[in-house]
Design a binder for this molecule. Structure first.
Ligand SMILES: *[C@@H]1O[C@H](CO)[C@@H](O)[C@H](O)[C@H]1NC(C)=O
Ligand SMILES: *[C@@H]1O[C@H](CO)[C@@H](O)[C@H](O)[C@H]1NC(C)=O
Ligand SMILES: *[C@@H]1O[C@H](CO)[C@@H](O)[C@H](O)[C@H]1NC(C)=O
Length: 384
């Protein structure tokens, strides 16, 4: 065999190996990378098409549909797991303060799906959540559920009163799995009201006609409350129109609505001062078109719920006299007064549906959070 033949064989082998390497590199190294790129580009194109289709679809919607979209919340399409999951049963163990509330549909009221609200204690063993209203629990717990509770079941401690107005009970340790109250550090926080986006129609707002300057309606008067001291000083400098049981001038519901909206300012004075505790005294004022003058937690806490220009805080002034002077100034200056309503161009105050909204939000929470949870020491959390 000649040397030239050997060289030729070596060359063929070398070429073969080179070929193998090229094939290997072509299939496994760069192309794999390019494949990905192609896929990314392709899916981007897909989503672009999808977006275009959506835009196109949005474009073809006519005005009446657009209006509908603006004024009502569009139900989100259910994901497949949401569809398959069985309904969550929330049992209202006792009616709050012994008063029934309407059990509507969480789906139409809050766009929360898959909830079954009931007060039928016969469904205790099926209930995923049992709502227990703090102020209705008897001191010896004799009206609490008695059967052993199913392993999946969660008991919800529910309370909208401030710690000052809720009795502590040492027996309530280690009983509950979730808490629902106005406080933001509850598992299911539900404030007395939310400011929500105003619809186009709601943005067209007119301040109600005013006949009175400062008003206050109070039934539960206690001379030791901070608000009583403040009020007694304030009336030395400005006239306050007073109503309610304490002033021997009770008002019914309609009279209350008319009265409050006819006042330029309303004293939204809370009975006790606690973080996040802003009751209907504040939110009614906002909804009824008066400017709330507040006593409650610090201004910063209020500003986490409502715009800074929507209210007057007594702490903004060194003393009741300066507050009175400011209110008199606003009474004389329409532009300054109107400034307190600029928030109404964007938001409306919508009252929480007491009980019903809690039940729906509790249901939503239980559906989303399957984890184990125990409220170890209710007393030190709420009253501590
Ligand atoms: C707009 O929508 C309404 C209600 O969906 C429909 O009755 C009407 O025919 C539509 N108009 C046009 C021009 O598409
Ligand atoms: C609920 O809390 C109780 C104790 O308070 C506990 O025994 C139970 O296992 C908890 N259940 C769930 C589902 O978290
Ligand atoms: C706003 O409301 C007033 C009556 O409150 C009405 O006369 C007016 O037409 C409304 N304007 C718009 C733009 O809807």
């Amino acid at each position: 065999m000649s040397d030239s033949w050997k060289t030729a064989v070596k060359a063929v082998i070398a070429l073969f190996l080179l070929e193998c390497f090229i094939l290997y590199a072509y299939h496994f190294l760069p192309l794999g990378y390019f494949n990905q790129e192609v896929q990314i580009k392709y899916s981007r194109k897909e989503s672009c098409l999808h977006v275009l289709k959506m835009q196109n679809y949005m474009c073809t919607l006519n005005n009446s549909m657009e209006e509908l979209l603006m004024t009502t919340s569009v139900p989100k399409p259910l994901t497949s797991t949401e569809k398959e999951e069985p309904d969550t049963t929330v049992l209202i163990w006792m009616w709050p303060f012994g008063t029934r509330f309407d059990l509507g549909l969480c789906s139409s009221a809050f766009n929360i799906h898959g909830c079954h609200l009931t007060d039928d204690r016969g469904l205790f063993n099926q209930a995923h959540g049992v709502m227990i209203h703090h102020r209705d629990i008897s001191w010896d717990l004799s009206n609490m559920p008695k059967l052993p509770r199913p392993a999946f079941q969660k008991w919800i401690w529910w309370n909208m009163e401030s710690p000052t107005h809720s009795g502590q009970n040492p027996l309530l340790k280690d009983l509950f799995n979730l808490t629902s109250s106005y406080r933001r550090d509850s598992d299911i926080p539900v404030p007395y009201s939310w400011l929500s986006d105003a619809t186009e129609v709601e943005k067209n707002y007119t301040i109600p006609k005013k006949e009175k300057l400062v008003c206050w309606v109070v039934s539960n008067y206690n001379p030791n409350y901070k608000r009583s001291h403040y009020f007694n000083e304030l009336v030395k400098y400005i006239n306050v129109e007073t109503h309610g049981r304490h002033f021997n001038s009770p008002v019914n519901h309609d009279e209350y609505l008319n009265l409050v909206s006819s006042c330029k300012f309303y004293l939204s004075f809370e009975n006790s001062i606690h973080r996040d505790y802003m009751s209907e005294k504040l939110f009614n004022s906002l909804a009824l078109g008066t400017v709330p003058v507040v006593i409650g937690p610090p201004r910063e806490n209020y500003e986490e719920y409502i715009p800074s220009e929507a209210f007057i805080h007594v702490d903004d002034f060194p003393s009741p006299k300066e507050l009175a002077d400011h209110l008199k100034l606003l009474d004389q200056n329409e532009d300054l007064y109107r400034h307190y309503f600029t928030w109404r161009e964007h938001f409306v105050s919508k009252r929480t549906k007491f009980g019903f909204e809690h039940a729906c939000r509790i249901c939503e929470h239980i559906r989303k959070n399957k984890h184990y949870r125990v409220v170890k020491d209710l007393n030190s959390w709420y009253w501590g």
